[in-house]
Design a protein around this ligand. Structure first.
Ligand code: C2O
Ligand code: CU
Ligand code: CU
Length: 510
């Protein structure tokens, strides 16, 4: 399998490879993006698998090794929750209590984080809530989130500097092997909306991931001649998996269909749309419904972001179309030349969609409105005059000039406060910035109001090259002066090498 080990580059003190240097294409893979007009005939479509749904107040998850045919005719050694690859979709009801038993049978230290969930720091599953091999972690919490699509994944921090990205105990490594799953929260708001809600039928989870493989089918984390001082230290590939299958097909009815899209890729940004360029409607962002469906023909989705969209197939019976990523025209707007692979600037297909007859109980219209979102007033922030700064810099690599240190609390926040955070990106590469603890709202991008589909609840915001993004966040409900929450870039290799920091929410005067 992977020849590079934790020791291979440990101690290398160079700045994050590729961010400043140039690179050559050293991938052992021969890969040319498909011309979207000419699907690869060697790939026979197989049906989109729908992850099993887990409901109830007690949820058991076992992290374990397995193997799976991710690409046709090759078996890939993988890891998964309760299975070979990915994990079940957890259905949580807002206002109820949930307890989880997470068993680590993957043989290395790990954690499991409830991404986007508003939970106490000790239950968050960040790098400090380690689960040693053979152990069971038993968090429990009341579900306080709004109805939306969240997810779970390992979040260990190996802390070996540059070498950490090769470590089997790193987040990027473990997620790449398959450890991730979706969480769907429902509440009174979602109950009342006339939206498609039959899981797997008209309410479809789509977990997007890109992978590279060795010839024998094993996952290729990095090419064997990978040199972190020269090559982009990112796990990206030209095999695109949806729910763990390359180029699957989905049969839908001639009706309105809801797609819950999760970008669970380590580093890939998708610019989603359909092969016929149709308009679709975004109804939810990371942490809740939008005010009203937002018509779009392209949807940019960076690592860890979620979007729920409605697609009206009502007059499409008998047709086929594709969910496609239109990356051809992105140029260097998000990923600069030395870090690009072929698919950062090519269009590629993710999913074939075939439209059959409408099912019974079909939803046939797109609702005009969804919910009310009360904007968090900027004036509510205790630090409006001097927003808390987060600079995502490449040299030195990290946030505010520091790399993640498990023993350092970077920020202390007072329970009950509302704060404005100002995230700046002086690099030529876009960074998806994520904050644990609870959703936030985006105030401005470079001083301007963000687009309509970013005016809801978010927990990841893509900060483009040379951009400044201001967010506003409430720190409510949970205080713990010892156990921190994380903030970090959700490009997992960036997080692993230290583009991450920690904050605590404290009760009482700071
Ligand atoms: Cu998706 Cu800190 O995580
Ligand atoms: Cu998170
Ligand atoms: Cu980053």
């Amino acid at each position: 399998m992977l020849r590079l080990t934790a020791g291979a580059a440990a101690g290398a003190a160079l700045p994050m490879a590729g961010l400043t240097g140039c690179s050559s294409d050293s991938s052992t893979e021969t890969a040319t993006p498909l011309d979207p007009a000419e699907p690869d005939p060697s790939i026979t479509p197989i049906p989109l698998p729908i992850p099993e749904m887990l409901v109830g107040s007690v949820i058991n998850l076992e992290m374990r090794p397995g193997q799976r045919e991710l690409i046709r005719d090759k078996m890939t050694p993988t890891k998964g929750y309760n299975g070979d690859y990915l994990g079940p979709t957890l259905f949580l009801r807002s206002g109820t209590d949930v307890s989880l038993n997470v068993t680590n049978n993957i043989g290395v230290s790990t954690t499991t984080h409830w991404h986007g969930m508003h939970v106490p720091a000790l239950m968050d599953g960040g790098p400090h809530q380690r689960i040693e091999p053979g152990d069971v972690w038993t968090p429990s919490f009341p579900v306080l989130n709004r109805a939306a699509t969240y997810w779970y994944h390992p979040h260990p921090h190996a802390g070996l500097g540059q070498g950490v990205i090769f470590d089997p105990m790193s987040t990027g490594y473990q997620v790449y092997e398959g450890l991730a799953g979706m969480i769907i929260v429902e509440d009174g708001t979602s109950d009342a909306l006339p939206l498609p809600r039959t899981y797997g039928e008209d309410d479809i989870p789509l977990i997007l991931q890109d992978r590279r493989f060795h010839d024998d089918g094993a996952l290729l984390h990095f090419p064997t001649d990978f040199d972190p001082t020269r090559d982009p230290a990112l796990r990206k590939g030209g095999h695109f998996l949806v729910n763990g299958v390359e180029a699957p097909f989905l049969e839908v009815g001639a009706q309105v269909v809801r797609l819950r899209i999760l970008n669970a890729s380590n580093a890939r940004i998708y610019n989603l749309g359909f092969s016929d360029d149709r308009t679709f409607f975004q109804v939810a962002s990371d942490g809740g419904f939008l005010r009203a469906p937002v018509p779009l023909s392209r949807l940019l989705l960076s690592p860890a972001e979620r979007a729920e969209i409605l697609v009206d197939f009502g007059s499409d019976q008998g047709t086929t179309l594709k969910l496609r990523s239109f990356n051809r025209n992105l140029g260097t707007s998000l990923v600069p030349f030395p870090l690009q692979d072929a698919w950062d600037t090519a269009d590629f297909d993710l999913l074939d969609i075939t439209v059959g007859p409408a099912r019974s109980n079909a939803v046939l219209t797109i609702p005009a409105g969804l919910t009310t979102i009360d904007p968090i007033p900027e004036a509510e922030a205790v630090n409006l005059a001097s927003a808390r700064p987060f600079e995502l810099a490449a040299n030195p690599f990290g946030i505010n000039g520091k790399r993640m240190d498990m023993n350092v609390i970077d920020d202390r926040i007072r329970l009950g406060d509302t704060e404005v955070w100002e995230i700046t990106n002086p690099t030529t590469q876009a960074h998806p910035f994520h904050v644990h603890g609870d959703s936030f709202q985006v105030l401005t991008r470079n001083g301007f109001t963000p687009p309509e589909n970013e005016l809801g609840w978010k927990d990841v915001v893509l900060v483009r090259p040379f951009e400044t993004v201001r967010i506003v966040k409430r720190f409510h409900d949970y205080a713990d002066s010892v156990n921190p929450y994380m903030f970090h870039c959700h490009i997992l290799e960036h997080e692993d090498v230290g583009m991450m920091g920690q904050f605590v929410v404290e009760d009482g005067a700071p």
